[in-house]
Structures are given as structure tokens and as C-alpha cells.
Ligand binder design. Structure first.
Ligand SMILES: *[C@@H]1O[C@H](CO)[C@@H](O)[C@H](O)[C@H]1NC(C)=O
Ligand SMILES: *[C@@H]1O[C@H](CO)[C@@H](O)[C@H](O)[C@H]1NC(C)=O
Ligand SMILES: CC(=O)N[C@H]1CO[C@H](CO)[C@@H](O)[C@@H]1O
Length: 512
């Protein structure tokens, strides 16, 4: 009986904060703008075999079709209905993806856009991904249906109807964000409609939701529709499992709204994480890696068990959203790999890895005028499939950071060291740092302008380990650097500051 109550208490206290990943899988990857058919294949051929826990997908519901500029990525953040039909695929393809990914233990997390519909200037007609009629001017979305009563136009107090001042929490929640028609989530009809949409996805088998623009909804309104959500589908999840909820709240400090207001609903995106880590790894503002010794709450971040963390996301990798110029992305691969390596080795937060498409960046006066560009597409606007090259990288303009050896191997590192303490920190008071995770793994960085040559306590059992950054373990040998851990746990590390990747990581599953 006692054990039973303890289990119940444990479940209740994890609930919507639990990522619902299969045991031993500790990260998810955002396959930004991928087609459902490609995601299904990627779950089977790559994500499951390499220990990834899940995929954050782009919004699956019908959205406006924008042709000027040509099919921007952000059109998917302008819903027209909750029909499952988008550039990523049809409802049947969506169901097939969720089923096949779940069947190999990789779960699907839906980007839910429920704060708003399309922009107020979206016009009238059937220029939507399923051809549903709508009229933005009269607030008419019959395919949901929503009508003028279901929007916040009357509640917003600004003259323009737009958010004009982020220091006014009422404006941020009740007015239009960049002209997007703001749903009246105080109405039970709107709450129920949103919950029905999400419950349909739960029935199909999704494991949770990223909730877009959460900062622009009242936490209490969100709680009202989240309380209506079902438990997850028992074909794949234990009875009584709640959906994982992570809310997009951009809080870098200094505004009316803070991330902590949303902790009751689920986890929250910690935007300070990537902004600060980018600053440190770029060595801007006098920052150095030695300062990362108390990374996490010690840096003023939210508590680890509430945080969803990432180095970059689909917004701030192209200058949208928050974070500014310090954000590291695939465009700076050497520093980016170090940042991802640090994130995946460090115990703080639940980690999400970005997987991007390439676009033609064009900076004019410091701003990328092509920041709107959508995914690789054909002339009819359909999204190109993800092709796989013989060397396992991706083609057709897809970057596939999650397939980079260093990143994939660090995702595995995180699985191996899961639950282990943060131990054996070392630094040279500059940009050479090292730390371990109990007796399971150890990582060393050299982000200084001179070589590192040091004997360090790893905490690992004696033996020969394969560095998983310069290579990996293959059969009974290492394809990259070998590290000898002595009987006392110490090992000698040498990292040239000009190495392709100036860091070394070892773990017990890559021991010869
Ligand atoms: C759960 O998923 C299975 C398999 O796809 C499906 O047959 C079943 O109807 C789903 N359950 C609910 C409640 O929708
Ligand atoms: C740093 O290490 C590299 C590779 O081992 C070596 O070629 C280089 O001479 C070293 N630089 C210094 C300043 O010792
Ligand atoms: C081992 C090593 O390279 N240590 C260097 C760390 O940085 C200081 C300067 O802060 C150097 O003097 C050390 O040589």
C-alpha cells in the first residue's frame, strides 16, 4: 500500500513535466519543417538506433498560404483550421508517422499554435493549405469554426489593437502579436475547441506539446484548456500518463511577464540558456568557460526540472525571437559543436537539439533580409524530401545537425550519464574546462588560444576509452583519439587549440 501511494505521488509530481521519452533516452530533436514521411523514416533508420527520445515537429494543422514573400517558414504559425493538413503532409501521413515513430520508441511532440489564427491582413478566400475558406477581416474561420466572438478585439486596450508595450502584461496577453488574430481563451468554447484539437492528436499517439506564444496567453486560460486534455494513448504509454507540456515563454528578464508564472502548467523554454552559452563560447563581454562551473540555477536560470533547454531554436537561429547575435547556430559549426557538447554533457534541463534547413543568408545593415525563407521546396511550393548521402549527411539543403558525429555522439553520451552527478570540475581560470558525470563520462574543452596539456581526475574506471568527438568506438578499436584512464581515475589530455573540434569526451560505453 505504501509503495502504491509513493508511486502515485511520484507520478503526480512528474506529470506534465515528464518528457515521456522512453527510458534511457534523454533528448529530443526539432526536425524543423520536415515532411511527415521523412520523419517516419528518420525515426526508424536513425533516431531510434542512436538513442534520440523524440521529435518536435512543425505545426501539423492547416495554415494560411503566403506567396509574398514566397512560402515563408512563418506561414505555419498562422492557423486557418485544425485540420491535419500542411506542407509537411496529410492526416494519413501524420498518423503513419506517429505510429511508426512510437513503434520504435521515438515520440512526437506537436508545436501547438493556439494563441491566435492568421494575421489580420490575411484577406479572404481559400489560400490555405487545405483550401478551407476564411475571412481574416470579419474574423470568420468556418472550418474550425471561429467567428468574431471568439477573438480578443474588444478586450485589447491599445489604439492599434497590437501589442505596443511589453511592460504591460494585459497588452501582451490581450492584444495582437504582430497582427495575429488573438483568440479569446477566456471563453469556454475556445478553450474546448483548442482542447479537442489537442485531444485528437493525443488519441493519434503524440507524447506532448510545445505551446507556441505561451507568453501571449494568460497562464490561467492555458490551465483551463490543459486541464481538459486526456491522458496519452495506452497503445504506447502507461495508463494515466499526462502529455508533456513545454511552453514558449521568452523571458530574458526585464519585462512584465516572467517564465515562473507558467510553471504550474508545465515546463518552460529557458531562453537565457542559449543567449548566455553563446556569449561564453564566443568569449564576448569578458566571459570565459571557467565561469560555467555553476552553470544552471547559479546563472539565474529557472529550476532544472522546469527547464526546456537548447542552444538555438528555429526563431533565434535567424534573428527572430530572443537571444540576439550571441546565439550559436550551424553557421558557426566549430563553436556550435562545443556549445551543444557542453549542453548535452551538463545535467541542467531537458535538452532539445535543433535540426535546420539552409537558406541564403543576406545581411543588410546587420539584418538578414532572407530570414523569412521557407524550407527547401519545389517550384509548386511543395517541401523537398530529405535525401541521405552515402556519408550519412543530408542532401537537398537539409543541415541535419542531429546527424553530425559530434552531436549524435554527445546525445548518446547524455543517455549514458543520465542520473549521474556533476563531478570533478576543473578549469584553468580561463577557457579550458573539464567535468565528469559520476563514474560514467568525462568531457574536456579547450576554447583558449593555446594548447591544453593536463592530467585530470576523470572519476572513470581504468581502461582505454575512445574519444567520441574525434571519432568513436568501432568494434575493438577507436576511429579517433584514445584516452588511457589510470587505476587512480586520472588521464592525460592534450587538446590543440587548432584542432578541428577542440574538445574530447569519453564514456563507459565507448571503452575498449
Ligand atoms: C490509440 O492508438 C491506437 C493505435 O493507433 C488506436 O487504434 C486507438 O484508437 C487509439 N486510442 C484512442 C483512444 O484513440
Ligand atoms: C599545439 O599542439 C599542436 C598539435 O599537437 C602542435 O602542432 C603545436 O605545435 C602546439 N602548439 C604549441 C604552441 O605548443
Ligand atoms: C593548462 C593550461 O593551458 N593552463 C593555462 C590556463 O590559462 C592560464 C591563463 O589564465 C595559463 O597561464 C595556463 O597556462
Amino acid at each position: 500500500m505504501k509503495i502504491f501511494f509513493l508511486l502515485v505521488a511520484f507520478e503526480l509530481c512528474w506529470a506534465q513535466y515528464n518528457p515521456n521519452t522512453k527510458s534511457g533516452r534523454t533528448s529530443i530533436v526539432h526536425l524543423f519543417e520536415w515532411r511527415w514521411a521523412d520523419i517516419a523514416l528518420e525515426c526508424e533508420r536513425y533516431l531510434a538506433p542512436n538513442g534520440y527520445g523524440g521529435v518536435q515537429i512543425s505545426p501539423p494543422n492547416e495554415n494560411i498560404v503566403i506567396t509574398n514573400p514566397w512560402r515563408p517558414w512563418w506561414e505555419r504559425y498562422q492557423p486557418i483550421s485544425y485540420k491535419l493538413c500542411s506542407r509537411s503532409g496529410s492526416e494519413n501521413e501524420f498518423i503513419d508517422m506517429v505510429t511508426r515513430c512510437n513503434n520504435v520508441g521515438v515520440h512526437i511532440y506537436v508545436d501547438a499554435v493556439v494563441n491566435h489564427m492568421c494575421g489580420s491582413g490575411g484577406g479572404e478566400g481559400t489560400h490555405s493549405t487545405c483550401g478551407s475558406y476564411f475571412n481574416a477581416g470579419t474574423r470568420d474561420f468556418p472550418a474550425v469554426p471561429y467567428s468574431a466572438w471568439d477573438f480578443n478585439d474588444g478586450k485589447c486596450k491599445t489604439y492599434s489593437g497590437e501589442i505596443e508595450n511589453y511592460n504591460d502584461a494585459y497588452q501582451v496577453r490581450d492584444c495582437r502579436l504582430v497582427s495575429l488574430l488573438d483568440l479569446a481563451l477566456e471563453k469556454d468554447y475556445v478553450r474546448s475547441t483548442v482542447a479537442n484539437f489537442m485531444n485528437r492528436l493525443i488519441d493519434i499517439g503524440v507524447a506532448g506539446f510545445r505551446i507556441d506564444a505561451s507568453k501571449h496567453m494568460w497562464p490561467g486560460d492555458m490551465k483551463a484548456f490543459l486541464d481538459k486534455l486526456k491522458n496519452l494513448n495506452t497503445s504506447w504509454f502507461p495508463e494515466g500518463t499526462k502529455p508533456f507540456i513545454f511552453q514558449e515563454v521568452i523571458d530574458l528578464g526585464g519585462e512584465a511577464i516572467s517564465a515562473s508564472e507558467y510553471f504550474g502548467n508545465g515546463r518552460v523554454t529557458e531562453f537565457k540558456y542559449g543567449a548566455k552559452l553563446g556569449t561564453v563560447i564566443r568569449r564576448w563581454n569578458g566571459e570565459k568557460m571557467a565561469y560555467l562551473k555553476n552553470w544552471g540555477e547559479g546563472w539565474g536560470f529557472m529550476s532544472s526540472d522546469r527547464a526546456l533547454v537548447f542552444v538555438d531554436n528555429h526563431d533565434n537561429q535567424r534573428g527572430h525571437g530572443a537571444g540576439g547575435a550571441s546565439i550559436l547556430t550551424f553557421w558557426d559549426p566549430r563553436l556550435y559543436k562545443m556549445a551543444i557538447g557542453f549542453m548535452l554533457a551538463h545535467p541542467y534541463g531537458f535538452t532539445r537539439i535543433m535540426s535546420s534547413f539552409r537558406w541564403s543568408r543576406n545581411f543588410v545593415d546587420g539584418k538578414d533580409v532572407n530570414d523569412w525563407m521557407g524550407p527547401p521546396s519545389n517550384s509548386d511550393g511543395s517541401t523537398k524530401s530529405v535525401t541521405i548521402n552515402p556519408d550519412t549527411t543530408c542532401g537537398n539543403g537539409w543541415v541535419c545537425e542531429h546527424r553530425w558525429r559530434q552531436i549524435r555522439n554527445m546525445a548518446i553520451f547524455r543517455n549514458v550519464v543520465d542520473g549521474q552527478a556533476f563531478t570533478n570540475w576543473w578549469d584553468n581560470n580561463s577557457n579550458q574546462v573539464a567535468f565528469g558525470r559520476g563514474n560514467k563520462g568525462f568531457i574536456v574543452f579547450n576554447n583558449d588560444d593555446w594548447n591544453l596539456s593536463e592530467t585530470l581526475q576523470t572519476g572513470l574506471p581504468a581502461g582505454t576509452y575512445c574519444d567520441i568527438i574525434s571519432g568513436e568506438k568501432e568494434g575493438n578499436s577507436c576511429t579517433g583519439i584514445r584516452i588511457e584512464v589510470q587505476g587512480d581515475g586520472k588521464a592525460y589530455f592534450q587538446i590543440s587549440n587548432t584542432a578541428e573540434d577542440p574538445f574530447v569526451a569519453i564514456h563507459v560505453n565507448a571503452k575498449l
